[in-house]
Design a binder for this molecule. Structure first.
Ligand code: SF4
Length: 416
């Protein structure tokens, strides 16, 4: 179901952009010079519909966060992880209303959760993926969502809270690692009926993960010399989503990444680009207001560092189950905001970034506290920060958000 030219949106008229899919189509048009990026954008676009079609044809798949430990583990069990956040981005205003009116979620609930709930509701009794693996440490609104969906008939499994507090080290950290390993066996039992894993298959998946992490580091290095070759929407979806779950298609994803590296390595450096680039670090999740990314591009910014930037490999010197559990805690993914702040800071220093964009969703109390802590911390160190709140709902971002981005990047440009 790859995109074809007839579907390309005429972006000269912003009115034609109505959905996140339109932005992906538009991005494909913008990257017409790069076969590799076009393939990646097709993978992005086809991820959820193709996984659901494959499921209907008999290929095992489950809904899951799909941004952390889940993909390598699930692939090793022969199950495709399908990210419910990616499904949620197909949500429309009506899906939010289903969450509010039918499931009685308070209006102020995070829009990401409401979009996902509305999308799951649409899929009830349609023969599509009916199992959800939820991570109990994700967030309270999602915990609530899984409870109501279980009552509607979904087969839902939520594991123990995996959170690592700022002072958790030594024996307490070892206990967390053990707990996570038990959790993984619980999940294997839920999915396969057996409380065991295929160590060789998990090792293969962890090797794939490490291989791709190395390749992404190479892409990030090359982007320093080619900051505008891969625009903001494409890089953020590739790195924040694709690197984690491979858009449900590990081999084609890796092949496209190899092709991208080749394209970047062959491309002559354009000194003009280097003179006008404003290096930025994105310290938020993958915002669904795709117009925000377009605004960054138009203003002359380039997201060269991201919160989820890969920096550590999965250990190869210990058994794979333990390696996966340790990776979760040692990579800043399952813990206090201070761990993530360290990643952001190392990116700011590595890139000599001019500014940091802190992005989160309205209604997320947990992330807004982190963002405010980071903003104060980085401001005190003299790094300009833009703290943005948006919604998960599809369509165009608000004019206010776009104006703030433009003003921020222009201020950084003027400061050079
Ligand atoms: S943005 Fe916050 S409230 Fe919304 S799903 Fe994520 S963690 Fe939960």
């Amino acid at each position: 179901m790859s995109l074809n030219a007839a579907e390309i949106v005429d972006y000269t008229d912003p009115e034609t952009i109505a959905t996140q899919r339109d932005y992906v189509l538009y991005s494909k048009q913008v990257h017409s010079y790069s076969p590799a990026i076009q393939k990646i954008l097709d993978l992005i676009n086809d991820y959820v519909p193709d996984a659901e079609a494959a499921f209907r044809a008999g290929a095992p798949a489950i809904w899951t966060g799909g941004y952390s430990w889940e993909p390598p583990f699930l692939y090793s069990l022969g199950i495709t992880p399908v990210s419910y956040q990616e499904m949620g981005r197909y949500g429309f205003r009506e899906d939010m209303l289903v969450a509010e009116d039918y499931y009685q979620f308070p209006v102020e609930t995070c829009s990401m959760v409401k979009c996902a709930v509305g999308q799951w509701h649409k899929r009830l009794n349609t023969g599509t993926i009916n199992r959800i693996l939820g991570s109990a440490s994700s967030c309270e609104p999602f915990n609530l969502a899984w409870e109501v969906l279980r009552k509607e008939g979904y087969d839902v499994f939520t594991n123990e809270v995996l959170y690592r507090g700022p002072s958790v080290n030594g024996e307490r950290l070892e206990q967390l690692v053990q707990l996570m390993m038990e959790n993984l066996l619980d999940i294997a039992e839920w999915l396969t009926g057996k409380r065991e894993i295929d160590e060789a298959a998990l090792r293969r998946e962890l090797d794939r993960k490490n291989r791709l992490l190395v390749k992404f580091k190479r892409i990030l290095e090359l982007r320093l010399s080619h900051p505008f070759y891969m625009k903001t929407l494409a890089i953020i979806l590739t790195l924040n989503v694709g690197l984690n779950n491979y858009f449900g298609k590990p081999e084609p994803f890796e092949a496209a990444i190899d092709e991208l590296i080749e394209e970047l390595e062959k491309r002559p450096i354009n000194q003009e680009e280097l003179k006008r680039v404003v290096p930025l670090v994105w310290a938020g999740g993958t915002g669904q207001e795709f117009g925000v990314y377009e605004a960054i591009d138009l203003a002359g910014g380039a997201l060269l560092g991201l919160r989820g930037t890969p920096f550590k490999l999965v250990r190869e010197d210990i058994p794979p189950l333990e390696a996966l559990a340790r990776y979760l805690y040692e990579n800043g993914r399952a813990g206090a905001g201070v761990f993530t702040r360290d990643i952001i800071e190392s990116e700011v220093e590595r890139l000599k970034a001019k500014g940091i964009i802190l992005y989160g969703y309205i209604g997320c109390s947990f992330a807004s506290v982190d963002r405010e802590m980071w903003r104060r911390y980085f401001h005190a160190k003299g790094h300009p920060c833009l703290n943005l709140e948006g919604t998960f709902q599809t369509g165009l971002p608000s004019g206010q958000v776009l104006t703030r981005i433009k003003a921020f990047v222009e201020m950084l440009l003027a400061d050079r």
